[in-house]
Design a protein around this ligand. Structure first.
Ligand SMILES: Nc1nc2c(ncn2[C@@H]2O[C@H](COP(=O)(O)OP(=O)(O)O)[C@@H](O)[C@H]2O)c(=O)[nH]1
Ligand SMILES: [Mg+2]
Length: 191
């Protein structure tokens, strides 16, 4: 599996941030996207997978509410999507974000997999299930990633079982890298 590790050590460059489809990069590479509630560990996971601080840009104000595109080694597009369940934004803004994210998800032809992150220590929330429900049309593209496996479980959610029995899922830690290689193998397999 030497190929997998060396692939992820390759360069990952920020391409652009955009809200509307007409501004999205027009490339044919396979694309993967990441989504989840804010603070779920999305930036940390992207950084662990790609061995570098590529997600820093996605944490800069303004960019967190756009679709951020990265080009990995001219072979893979990596997309950091705005989170959901923000506490600090208006209903109107939340609706606007969810509308363009839905549009991205349903229109992007080269999108191969959507990684939806759930904090393992807090368990799945209603908003995670609602989001998954709204993505019924693309269910086979969805991979659930339970994050922060190293942390003690604080809240046991019955919703976890529902998710685990219906979706391909992994439990990982960006802190000690547990499970990261499994995800890298899946991503490598999309090329
Ligand atoms: N213990 C632990 N903390 C994590 C892990 N991943 C992320 N965090 C922490 O969770 C917080 C949010 O992480 P971040 O990656 O910025 O989340 P994002 O808002 O989804 O991009 C930060 O304090 C991280 O250090 C993990 O695997 N284990
Ligand atoms: Mg982030």
């Amino acid at each position: 599996m030497h190929n997998v590790s060396s692939f992820f050590k390759g360069p990952t460059n920020f391409v652009l941030s955009a809200v509307y489809e007409k501004y999205y990069p027009n490339v044919a590479f396979p694309e993967i996207a990441f989504i989840g509630r804010s603070n779920v560990g999305k930036s940390s996971l992207i950084n662990s997978l790609f061995n570098k601080k590529i997600a820093l840009i996605s944490n800069t104000p303004g960019k967190t509410k756009q679709v951020n595109f990265f080009n990995h080694s001219d072979k893979l597009m990596v997309v950091d999507l705005p989170g959901y369940g923000f506490a600090k934004i208006s209903k109107k803004e939340a609706k606007n974000i969810s509308d363009f994210v839905s549009h991205y998800l349903s229109s992007r032809k080269n999108l191969k997999k959507l990684f939806l992150l759930i904090d393992n220590s807090l368990g799945a929330k209603s908003i995670d299930l609602d989001t998954l429900k709204s993505m019924g049309h693309m269910r086979e593209k969805i991979i659930i990633v339970f994050t922060k496996k190293d942390k003690k479980i604080k809240e046991i959610s019955e919703k976890n079982n529902l998710i685990k029995s219906n979706y391909e899922n992994y439990v990982v830690s960006s802190k000690n890298n547990e499970g990261i290689f499994d995800l890298q193998k899946i991503i490598f397999g999309l090329l």
